[in-house]
Design a protein around this ligand. Structure first.
Ligand code: UDX
Length: 447
């Protein structure tokens, strides 16, 4: 099938690449000329496992095209994806200016029937807005070409985006016109394996499903972080509690890992956007507000431990930091816990020696040259003469370090672990003072 994708960001590029991979003819449109030129040369703007060969091979095979020519894009696909960004505006609501601009462009140039698919994460009611903008634009042209607007949210995870798109757990389709179901079945047929993964619903339910999924996941994390704070005060080990509750099939083991807070481009933005939507319609979303507050507070957890250990004066101390990305297998530092940690340590006058397998350039881009941030080439180099080690991201190669070398090069054998990578008892036996989240030296029973 002929498909057009507007917006070559994370969602758009991955979706386009996997659609091309199964044989569809996909044209990607972006306003950023440099990005388009780079993609044609095979330079992928994001780090995502498996994406580079997928894009290069499908581009070479002529199934994936990149252009800034919006008119050509509209002419190309019967199916037109809107996958542009919806950044938060000043009050945290999703800003829809890019989405409506694409809607206008499609209506401006279309000469035959189109199925317009909202792939971006957009607030409930956006499909109606897209429809309105398109109808207005067509009317101005004196045209009455029919079109459909469908909500088909994306559920991919960074670091596993290609796999998630290739083998989706569900394909949510929100539509008010049964006629579009068939072309969408054809489009997604190659991904709809083993059993029918298409979940059909009305448009508003599909729009809300995306927010509800992310907010539910964020809730699980904030819930566990809250229990981990209680575990510290009650003298319990959160990792034991996690296993104890995860074994209940109604709760399950997934997504109940306590840590130094969730980050990334989705959870913080989507929780905030749903809160704003609720407030705009006069509803106080108390649970979502708490989810956000618990997370904001949790990002200061490691600095609290540092102050607890070293006292409030850490001026002139050097902290090794392992992990800058908001999670492993990405170079994305949006809303990463490492940023709150570094910025707080800098305010206190400390120096950070950081290492991340992928996010070093991103850290350089965000913070530039500063004397209190040293970006080190290896995880071992980051430890050199540091007063303690802090861990913010659970990269696989942080899990089995050489503890003897570590003890030798650190000034003091102290670890503040925001991802609970190690066993507190074994760390103690190895001679470390080990702070975990809800465990280890962090446990300070108050009763
Ligand atoms: C998320 C959703 O998982 C995905 O379905 C949606 O489409 C986009 O948002 P992503 O932001 O890529 O994906 O990352 P995810 O793997 O969900 O992790 C988000 C954050 O939660 C990370 O900072 C991670 O460290 C944290 N996390 C995750 C926890 O603290 N504990 C957990 O148990 C799981």
């Amino acid at each position: 099938m002929k498909v057009t994708v507007f917006g070559i960001g994370y969602v758009g590029l991955v979706q386009a690449a996997v659609l091309a991979e199964v044989g569809h003819d996909v044209m990607c449109i972006d306003v950023d000329e440099k990005k388009v030129e780079n993609l044609k040369k095979g330079n992928i703007p994001i780090f995502e496992p498996g994406l580079t060969p997928l894009v290069q091979q499908n581009y070479a095979a002529g199934r994936l095209h990149f252009t800034t020519d919006a008119q050509a894009g509209v002419a190309h696909g019967t199916i037109q994806f809107i996958a542009v960004g919806t950044p938060p505006d000043e009050d945290g609501s999703a800003d829809l200016k890019y989405v409506t601009a694409v809607a206008r462009t499609i209506a401006e140039y279309m000469t035959d029937r189109k199925v317009v698919i909202d792939k971006s994460t957009v607030p409930v009611g956006t499909a109606d807005k897209v429809r309105e903008v398109m109808a207005e634009t067509l009317q101005k042209r004196g045209s009455a070409i029919p079109f459909d607007v469908v909500s088909n949210p994306e559920f991919l995870k960074e670091g596993a985006a290609v796999a998630d798109c290739m083998r989706p757990e569900r394909i949510v389709i929100g539509t008010d016109n049964k006629e579009v179901i068939e072309p969408l079945r054809e489009l997604y047929e190659p991904f709809n394996r083993n059993h029918d993964r298409m979940i059909l619903m009305d448009i508003r339910s599909a729009e809300l499903t995306k927010y509800a999924a992310n907010c539910m996941l964020a809730t699980k994390i904030s819930f566990m972080n809250e229990i981990s704070n209680l575990a510290e005060m009650l003298g319990a080990d959160i990792e034991k509690v996690r296993q104890g509750i995860g074994s209940d099939s109604r709760i399950g083991y997934h997504f109940i890992y306590p840590g130094c807070g969730y980050g990334g481009s989705c959870f913080p933005k989507d929780v905030q956007a749903l809160i704003r939507t609720a407030e705009h319609i006069g509803y106080q979303p108390k649970l979502l507000q708490a989810v956000e507050q618990v997370n904001a507070q949790q990002k200061y957890k490691l600095t609290e431990f540092i102050k607890q250990h070293f006292g409030h004066d850490v001026k002139g101390k050097t902290f090794a930091l392992w992990g800058l990305a908001f999670k492993p297998n990405t170079d994305d530092m949006r809303e990463a816990s490492s940023r709150v940690l570094m910025e707080t340590l800098w305010e206190l006058g400390a120096v950070v020696q950081a290492y991340d397998p992928e996010a070093m350039n991103e850290a350089q881009r965000i913070y530039g040259q500063r004397t209190d941030l040293k970006l080190m080439g290896t995880k071992e180099a980051a430890l050199q003469d540091a007063d303690a080690l802090v861990i913010c991201t659970e990269w696989q190669n942080f899990r089995a370090p050489d503890f003897d070398v570590m003890k030798k090069v650190l000034k003091q054998p102290v670890i503040f672990d925001g991802r609970n990578l190690f066993d507190p008892e074994r760390m103690q036996a190895r001679g470390f003072t080990y702070y975990g989240i809800g465990r280890g030296a962090s446990i300070k029973p108050v009763i």
